[in-house]
Structure formats: structure tokens, C-alpha cells
Design a protein around this ligand. Structure first.
Ligand code: GTB
Length: 216
């Protein structure tokens, strides 16, 4: 059955792979599932046809036969449940990997995303510098804990899993912030994720969309 996902027609990240279709592309590449991509403008995302798939009018979505999903974490979890390679078979190891999936999205991502929003849309506020400093402190606390957990390990809990896929995509939003470099095992962890052939195929595909939109 054909899988179709949605992505930005012209991503504001200029092809850096920070939009959340990247997680879904990467997961599909890891499990070797071909997929089609429907590109959407910001206006198209808010139209009824897309809202029928995504109540909040965002990307990414995932369609497979009569199944339609939204939320990148739920989509990655669905892919990991349907195909081998993204979650361990052992029940306890699988539960731990799922725990780390939630940790990436529920614990790490909120202040990291808030920092991005602050930089993009709150720069002109009188309280901007104070808010940014508070967010950075919160992020440092989380990075410190993550770095301690990871130690010298390659991945969060044994073999590479959907948890690492989500965690790496969350951490990449801090590129250029200087925060990651305070914990040297974290840039190395991100680099291991980015070195995976599946990551590279996903990255190249979403970059090609941006490049095509730029010449078009
Ligand atoms: N919780 C949802 C999920 O994980 O799927 C959040 C989905 C979401 O935020 N989608 C964004 C969107 O559709 C794109 S990814 N925005 C359009 C809108 O809301 O109208 C978030 C994103 C956007 C841009 C950058 N960037 O430029 O770096 C990074 C991440």
C-alpha cells in the first residue's frame, strides 16, 4: 500500500532538515519503506482538505490506505510498530525505548522548541533576553542529564532505536546555539545519527525539495 506523507513546499529552515517531516522520512528510510510526499504551502495546510487529515493544519501527516495519522511522534511509533528495525523485540527493552521516545518529545523538546520560537518571533520583546537566558538554563539542565545518561554509549538504550531517531532530531534544533558543545558526547551522538545512510537519504530528499523550490 502506498504511503504518502506531507511536508513544507518551501521549508522555513531552508533545507536544514529541522521540519518534522524529517523524522518521518528518516523512520521510513530506516525500515526500507518507499513513500510519496505531498508538498503543501502554508495556505494549503489550513484548508479543509488538509485539516481533515490534521486537525491543527500542520505537517507532517501520514496516509496509508484508509489510515491517516498526524503528530510526528505517533507516526514514527506507528512505523516502528509495523516494521522491524526501530524498536527492540524484547518486551522490556521495547518499553524502555518507548519511554525514551516520550522523553525526547515530552521532556527535551518543549524548552528546545520554545527557544527556537523565542529567537524567531519574540526577539523584539523587552523581556526577550531574560526569557532566552531562562530557556537556556532549562535546556542546559536537560542536556546535562542526557549527557550523563549517555556517557560513552553509542545510543540511549542498547541498539539504535526510534528513541535515538527522535532524540537526534530534537537535539539538532540546537545546532548553532553553542549549548551542545558544552557536552561533547552529545554532538558525537548527533553525528552518529546523521551518519546513518537512512538519515542521509531522508536529509537529501527534503533538501532537494527546498532546492527545487528555490530555483522554481
Ligand atoms: N507536534 C507536531 C508534530 O510533532 O508533528 C508539531 C507539528 C508542527 O509543528 N508542524 C510545523 C507546521 O506545520 C512544521 S515542523 N507549521 C506550520 C503551521 O503551524 O502553520 C516545526 C518547524 C517549523 C520550522 C522550523 N524551522 O524553520 O527551523 C523547524 C520546525
Amino acid at each position: 500500500m502506498t504511503i504518502t506523507i506531507t511536508a513544507f513546499e518551501r521549508s522555513p529552515d531552508r533545507g536544514q532538515g529541522l521540519a518534522r517531516d524529517m523524522r518521518v522520512r528518516w523512520a521510513l528510510e530506516e525500515v526500507g519503506q518507499p513513500y510519496d510526499v505531498r508538498l503543501l504551502s502554508f495556505a494549503e495546510m489550513k484548508e479543509p482538505a488538509h485539516r481533515a487529515l490534521h486537525p491543527f493544519g500542520q505537517i507532517p501527516t501520514y496516509e496509508e490506505g484508509d489510515l491517516a495519522l498526524f503528530e510526528s511522534g505517533a507516526i514514527v511509533f506507528h512505523i516502528a510498530g509495523r516494521h522491524a528495525g526501530l524498536l527492540p523485540d524484547d518486551a522490556n527493552a521495547r518499553a524502555r525505548a518507548i519511554t525514551w521516545m516520550f522523553a525526547a518529545l515530552n521532556t527535551m523538546e518543549p524548552p528546545i522548541f520554545d527557544r527556537s520560537i523565542a529567537i524567531f518571533v519574540e526577539r523584539d520583546k523587552v523581556w526577550y533576553e531574560e526569557r532566552l537566558a531562562l530557556l537556556k538554563d532549562r535546556i542546559r539542565g536537560l542536556l546535562n542529564a542526557l549527557s550523563s545518561h549517555l556517557g560513552d554509549a553509542e545510543w540511549l538504550d542498547g541498539a539504535f532505536s526510534a528513541a535515538d531517531l527522535l532524540m537526534v532530531t530534537v537535539l539538532r534544533s540546537l545546532n548553532g546555539s553553542g549549548l551542545l558543545e558544552e557536552y561533547p558526547n552529545l554532538p558525537a551522538y548527533i553525528a552518529r545519527g546523521e551518519a546513518r545512510p537512512a538519515y542521509q537519504r531522508a536529509f537529501d530528499d527534503q533538501l532537494a525539495v527546498f532546492n527545487a523550490a528555490s530555483v522554481g
